[in-house]
Design a protein around this ligand. Sequence first.
Ligand code: HDE
Length: 713
Amino acid sequence: MSTSENQENGKRNIDEHSKNEDLKKNRESSDNKYQTSEQGVRINHTDDSLKAGGRGPTIMEDFHFREKLTHFDHERIPERVVHARGSAAHGFFQPYENASQFSKASFLQDPSKKTPVFLRFSTVVGSRGSADTVRDVRGFATKFYTEDGNFDLVGNNMPIFFIQDAIKFPDLVHSIKPEPDNEMPQASAAHDTFWDFASLTPEITHMLMWVLSDRALPRSYRMMEGFGVHTFRLIDKEEKSRFVKFHWKPTLGTHSLVWDETQKLAGKDPDFNRRDLWESIENEDYPEFELGFQIVEEEDEHSFDFDLLDPTKIIPEEEVPVIPVGKMTLNRNPDNFFAETEQVAFHIANVVPGIDFTNDPLLQGRLFSYLDTQLLRLGGPNFAEIPINRPVAEVHNNQRDGFSRQKINTGKTSYMPNSIRGGCPMSAPENMGGYVHHAEKVEGHKIRERSESFKDHFSQATLFWNSMSKPEKKHIVKAAHFELGKVMDKEVRKRIIHDLFNNVDHKFAKRVAEGVGIEPPPSETIKNNEKKSPALSMEDTVKNTIKTRKIAIIALNKADHSNIKDVKEQLMEAGAQVHIISKHGGVLENGKEEIEVDKTFITVESVMYDAVFIPGGKKFIEKLKKNGDAIHFVNEAFKHCKSIAALGEGVKFLRECRLPGISISTTIPGDFSSEKGVITGNPGTLDKFMEAFIEAIAKHRHWDRETIEEVPA
Ligand code: HDE
């Protein structure tokens, strides 16, 4: 096809499209109707480069070609060295009440005031294009655009960290990133170098327990906790300092995927968590997180059996309760991924009056690292002028020039003191809210040394293990089998089990050893404590809502439409999202009635849903029994311990699926029954049936039927 034909075709397509009234209006009112160069010159042709004759060479003079290609060649910036893959959203924070008894920070004073926020979630190890559902820590970085300047709370979804001192961060990251000779594996800790480093770094043990747990596989960014990790300080109006640990608690509870599901999702929908965040905001199911403080008075600093400055320790919530102080709501997706999610620059040193640091040696190191990394990543010192990083508070200072300076500073002075500009911009006096560092008294010798109070590396790892439910423990053991199973070096495997895990819990060490071909440690090496912290178990999280959960209804032609409608309506009323899934797109027929199909077996799988429902319909069920996709869908949902429900003849189909350990009614239409998250019934029992189904979905998973090995999916 010739160029002019091409253009004609393109124009025709656009004209066709423009018959749509909305698009037409958009086009007419659009201020970007005509293309221009970066200099504002209108471009009349962008499909062919300027050539000396139709078949001749391209001419240097083609400034439009050169500008377009040059810009393209420079489109990428270095990805973050860690936390490269992220997803973000805009929103606001609102305190529940005046929190001035803790902090003078302006955003914590007035319950009627909404402070804008931008929150970036991330995985840590993988590159920008890696899958969302890998086993990893998740970043949880919030920028508060307060009227006193930006406050960045740059946290994670786990409350502790791998190491105690920032100087070890490059070693940790080099060990966990893909190995340097072959750049494998991507986005995974399951390889020799990480476990080698870990086996020689006992302070890592507590964090290993968290990373092996299901917390490393969040069901959704909307369903994970966030933590500031370090102990910070809050400063009140009287300049009194208190220690604080920051917590974010999701109102939907903390829930995870199962390992097998994460592996399948990595191929079927590598954007699973990103898509979930985006779609929930588009659907106006706005993610919400409660901000909480654990407060420790200065005089109680040394009253714990660990050091508050040690970032490998939690303060158990049973010892110091989390006080809820406000809520963050995410209600707007970014307009442009690069301009916002990629260019946002967090820095732990971005604090406002009312918030201050402690001497946690990991925190202290981060104070250097974040500014340094932005200079490289965003090409110079002016990254704070990029729209997403600009504070809402006014900026006045004598910083000048540098790459990509946006601001046009006027006047002659860029120094202080000056008289020419009347001394402006002046230093703000304290009563004007000028930031004053907490006047902590510090004394000591210059030494490279770890404090003695940082040297218990195992008690809290044991506390974590003790606090897990039986299924959670099983998942940790399985995760260790996978991770260590990928480690080729037998000595490394042995060190992890004998030198670290055996100090956490002897039985745990034995269970891991059995799965990875290592001689189990003969006995306990240290006496393991028996303390528990129920707040650490996801078993004890919010389980009374099915809001935003995704439910699949499997149907073909001749399915019972009233079953579908009844169930769909009630699930949606309870806040769930419901998709009708079939063999092909279009509509489902039964008599004259039609129901629109939302998705097909080709584009979705059970791993993308939280629960599944099979309606009745005699002819439909006869066909469904021969549909391998449907049988697989239900079996896989069963294997992943999700709720499964069937009405009427649908019960017959469940029987065909041979779900192990479940006795499905043999009378059709089925009697009401609810067993381990499998619910059956007939239209006459609809109320009871729906109540049981909704309750089962809210439970998230039914671990009591975790008979994974027996299920062929
Ligand atoms: Fe980070 N970290 N980190 N980190 N971190 C970065 O900054 C670093 C640590 C965290 O969505 C980098 O802009 C050091 C703890 C999040 O943009 C870098 C140390 C916690 C994000 C960096 C730590 C975090 C980062 C990479 C040890 C939880 C993503 C790109 C002292 C409290 C922020 C960047 C976003 C990003 C350094 C440890 C959380 C290189 C040196 C502990 C959520 O500067």
